[in-house]
Design a protein around this ligand. Structure first.
Ligand code: FES
Length: 158
């Protein structure tokens, strides 16, 4: 029986099998190389939310006004001496504190803070952080939730 006859019967020869296996291996090797190249084209960057956010111009903060930026977890207070920002994220387990007549209260486990954010009761391990306020290049004010300042630090509006 000739190889031609075997081919017609649907049976492949050893040579045909080895050729097909070599072509398949070559194809898989090239696919792996191109997959590796495409991975290099995509930058490995972890995108994080910006810690600075704009709060508007000084005109937005008349003396005596407290503005809460819920989505950022920050209170901005305006006093006669300047502006200051205090985080409203409880230092216990991260609930949002609420303003009270005497300072702040956490609804989750009852932590209490005075007007400067100092812990006066409950399980919170440390004071609410004061956050840096600065002026951006376009003249608006911005708060940086990653930059703590010491309690009592005011941003003077000149
Ligand atoms: S999260 Fe505020 S007291 Fe527990």
């Amino acid at each position: 029986m000739s190889s031609e006859a075997q081919h017609k019967d649907g049976v492949i020869t050893r040579r045909e099998f080895l050729n097909a296996a070599a072509a398949g291996a070559a194809f898989l090797s090239l696919a792996a190389v191109f997959a590796g190249l495409f991975r290099f084209l995509k930058p490995k960057v972890a995108y994080e939310e910006a810690t600075k956010f704009k709060i508007g111009t000084p005109d937005n903060f008349p003396v005596g006004v407290v503005t809460k930026f819920d989505e950022k977890g920050v209170f901005v207070f305006s006093s006669e001496d300047g502006l200051y920002a205090i985080s409203c994220v409880c230092t216990h387990l991260g609930c949002m504190v609420a303003l009270t007549d005497t300072g702040f209260a956490c609804p989750c486990h009852g932590s209490m803070f005075n007007k400067n954010g100092k812990v006066v009761g409950g399980p919170a391990p440390r004071a609410l952080p004061w956050l840096q306020i600065s002026r951006s290049v376009d003249g608006s004010l911005e708060v940086d939730t990653a930059m703590e300042v010491s309690a009592g630090t005011l941003f003077k509006i000149a």
